[in-house]
Design a protein around this ligand. Sequence first.
Ligand SMILES: C[S@@+](CC[C@H](N)C(=O)[O-])C[C@H]1O[C@@H](n2cnc3c(N)ncnc32)[C@H](O)[C@@H]1O
Length: 273
Amino acid sequence: MDVGDQLCEAAKNGDAGKVKALIESGADVSHFDGEGLTPLMHAAKHGHADVVKKLLEAGAPWNALSPSNLSAGDFAMDAGHQEAFDILLNAGIQAELVLGTIARKDNKIGDCNGDYLEDRVSFSEDKLMDAESKAVMMAWEKPLMEAHAKAVCSGGGHILNIGFGMGLVDTAIQQYAPASHTIVEAHPEVYERMIRTGWAEKDNVKIIFGRWQDVLPQLELYDGIFFDTYGEYYEDLREFHQYLPALLKPEGIYSFFNGLCGGNGLGEDDWQC
Ligand SMILES: C[S@@+](CC[C@H](N)C(=O)[O-])C[C@H]1O[C@@H](n2cnc3c(N)ncnc32)[C@H](O)[C@@H]1O
């Protein structure tokens, strides 16, 4: 068995000592075994949180995808391994924040969202993918979206959501029957799908097509606001926060799950909340 496969096996068995020794002897933490899984995916799948942590510290890619397009986070979530999932979630958040900062320093802001919005996206039952097959949104995020919806709808009234994606948060928001439910979406194909699936016909729903940056004058004052875009940087989120006082009522509730830059090579964007 080659060293990479040995690392996968040790990760699968939760053998932290062996994982450590193999890493120290130079085993490749990005290795894909015969099943197309990385050591991190094995550890996540079996809920070995300590091994997940060790592998991440050694530079294992948290966003690598299996042949069926599942990340280590998906494996942990599917198997109900909360601790391993939380560690992966935090690793994703940190990586995105660091890359956003680097990109900002390199003056690359602005390229990112533009590329994504001009490219094709594709929908499958459990994913929305961009043109590079990076996940814009995944079905496993549903419980997180439901929690956001519960928070922003807790005061009732008028709700604004920025970024429709798979409509997970909007579906959850609808369950609270808000007085009005405004959705801003910038991608033409996502927008087209919203129309096709009847979102524009819902009594309390108002869809605004366009980048939130461009449609700000059409926005009003809301009791609850949720923000979750894709292909943007921390700088965009910061900019949105500057407008918040003009969009949110004094007692209103705001929550976000920002998209940062999905075009930065890390793939799945939605590790932030
Ligand atoms: C991660 S998804 C949102 C997922 C959504 N919260 C859900 O529950 O399914 C991000 C969405 O934001 C949209 N988006 C990206 N940039 C945007 C922008 N500047 N303004 C408005 N929407 C944007 C994307 O097209 C995508 O549909």
